[in-house]
Write a protein that binds this ligand. Structure first.
Ligand SMILES: Cc1cc2nc3c(=O)[nH]c(=O)nc-3n(C[C@H](O)[C@H](O)[C@H](O)COP(=O)(O)OP(=O)(O)OC[C@H]3O[C@@H](n4cnc5c(N)ncnc54)[C@H](O)[C@@H]3O)c2cc1C
Length: 461
């Protein structure tokens, strides 16, 4: 008889935890999973999925505008936020039920409770105070919005969590942050008709992305009427008669109806009992793990955003799966965190994979850049000035494609597929040898013949 109540206790029913639990149970492990809020986690309940639904909603604005140029007569379109939110909530409930059913079918015992560690093998369930002794523990508690160091009036500020549940569409909204979540919400609200101001403390939005993409997106967002204020921060928020008065660091006041901070996310480790279990954090406050997601305590593992490697759903899922293969499937599996495709569902959308130009120039002796911007067929036809950017970064020595960056309609879809070629080590010659598919925007990727810039690194002194 085992000394343990379960082989695996998973804390957190999000992308990483759910996958790990299902796969481990499939290997015959007895698995329990605790979720304190809703099964599905950030991605399903208040992240990727509801966000993408709002993105879809916001893009109808263009569709109505363009339709006329194509001969359609569309009456004055009106938008109802309450309908969108109610329908979104219905879809999220459906997905939550599907996740729950999948876990139950896999024989994972779901416990609706917050779980904390009492020691390295004991989990306490706060719902009823009971304890569970677990042979292995997986921490998959995700991340949480970082709201800064408490400015005056912070109680009036919402995060992305609340943005999904607003009772009405704000007429004017100020969003602080320059990362993908800030930019996406700015474009969502602008598309739905809000007057949007984006405030960011850095030089330009989307730090870490290719500089051409950053400049392109900012230009396009401004062209679409979003006010982007960089090198400034929000100092205070005060409730006034007709909304919220936001004081910026240069003392400019802006009055809006809602203020949202999207200033990054922190690993969700507070109050988890990591100290009593002896689990170490890294210098950024994330759970420190090795390449098998194992913490310094050999039977405790951690996956997903709580480890702050790459905070994306498919990465958390892959890490959870690899953990289960390693510990319960007898197949030690590492996750490759290079060449992860990613997207920003802004307007226009961004899809990227591999190195930025700056990274490539730092690491490679000679870098060739192939770049184009053009007005896509569909929208130039109706007189739109919107431009698509495509940029391919090539190692001049081996001809290997090091990175690809697209800002334009459907770029996320293009990058997903391009990811296969780039992972396989495709060269620029492979791109050139691929027959174009006409008429598409993606054909530009295989017809870019002329190097726009070459950068040769000077030998280090
Ligand atoms: C607004 C937004 C948009 C996003 N968009 C995208 C996107 O387009 N594409 C993409 O790939 N990623 C996106 N992400 C990121 C993605 O959601 C996360 O990377 C992913 O959900 C991480 O999975 P996880 O398993 O690590 O954690 P989570 O999915 O956050 O799951 C953690 C779960 O643990 C629970 N929990 C925490 N502590 C405890 C405890 N002590 N006891 C019990 N339960 C606990 C939480 O309630 C939560 O359900 C987005 C995130 C946000 C916030």
């Amino acid at each position: 008889m085992s000394d343990f109540d379960t082989d695996l206790f998973v804390i957190g029913g999000g992308s990483g935890g759910v996958r790990a639990a299902r796969i481990a149970a499939g290997y015959g492990a007895r698995v329990m999973l605790a979720e304190e809020y809703r099964v599905g986690g950030t991605c399903v309940i208040r992240g990727c999925v509801p966000k993408k639904l709002l993105v879809y909603a916001s893009r109808f604005a263009h569709t109505f505008e363009e339709a006329e140029g194509y001969g359609w007569t569309v009456g004055e379109p009106t938008f109802d936020w309450a309908t969108l939110i109610a329908n979104k909530d219905r879809e999220i409930a459906r997905l939550e039920a599907a996740y729950t059913a999948n876990l139950t079918r896999s024989k994972v015992e779901i416990i609706k409770s917050r779980a904390v560690l009492d020691d390295a093998h004991t989990v306490r369930l706060l719902a009823d105070g009971s304890q569970v002794r677990a042979k292995h523990i997986l921490i998959a508690t995700g991340g949480w919005p970082a709201m800064g160091n408490g400015i005056a009036g912070i109680e009036h500020v919402i995060s992305s969590n609340e943005a999904f549940h607003l009772t009405e569409l704000p007429k004017r909204i100020l969003i602080q942050g320059g990362g993908y979540i800030a930019v996406e919400f700015a474009c969502i609200f602008a598309g739905l008709g809000s007057e949007v101001t984006l405030v960011y403390r850095g030089d330009n939005i989307l730090r870490g992305f290719d500089d051409d993409v950053r400049a392109h997106l900012r230009h396009e967002m401004e062209r679409r009427g979003i006010k982007v204020i960089c090198k400034r921060i929000v100092e205070a928020v005060e409730k006034v008669d007709h909304g919220l008065c936001v004081e910026l660091s240069d003392h400019e006041d802006i009055v809006v109806d809602k203020v949202m901070f999207a200033t990054g996310r922190r690993p969700n480790v507070a109050g988890l009992g990591l100290e009593v279990a002896g689990v170490r954090l890294d210098e950024k406050g994330a759970i420190a793990v090795d390449e098998y997601s194992r913490t310094n305590v050999p039977h405790i593992y951690a996956v997903g955003d709580v480890t702050d490697r790459i905070a994306l759903t498919p990465v958390a899922i892959r890490e959870g799966h690899a953990f289960a293969d390693t510990v319960f499937g007898g197949k030690p599996t590492r996750v490759d965190h290079t060449n992860v495709p990613s997207a920003v569902f802004s307007d226009p959308e961004i899809g990227v994979i591999g190195l930025t130009e700056a990274q490539a120039r730092e690491r490679y002796h000679r870098v060739d850049i192939y770049k184009t911007t053009f007005r896509p067929m569909k929208t130039v036809f109706v007189g739109s000035e919107a431009r698509t950017l495509m940029k391919i970064i090539v190692d001049g020595a081996s001809d290997r494609v090091l990175g690809c960056h697209i800002a334009g309609p459907d770029s996320a879809e293009m990058i997903q597929i391009l990811g296969i070629a780039i992972r396989m080590g495709a060269t620029k010659a492979d791109f050139d040898a691929t027959m174009a598919l006409h008429p598409t925007a993606a054909e530009e990727l295989v017809t870019l013949r002329t190097v726009t810039e070459t950068h040769v690194r000077q030998a280090a002194e």
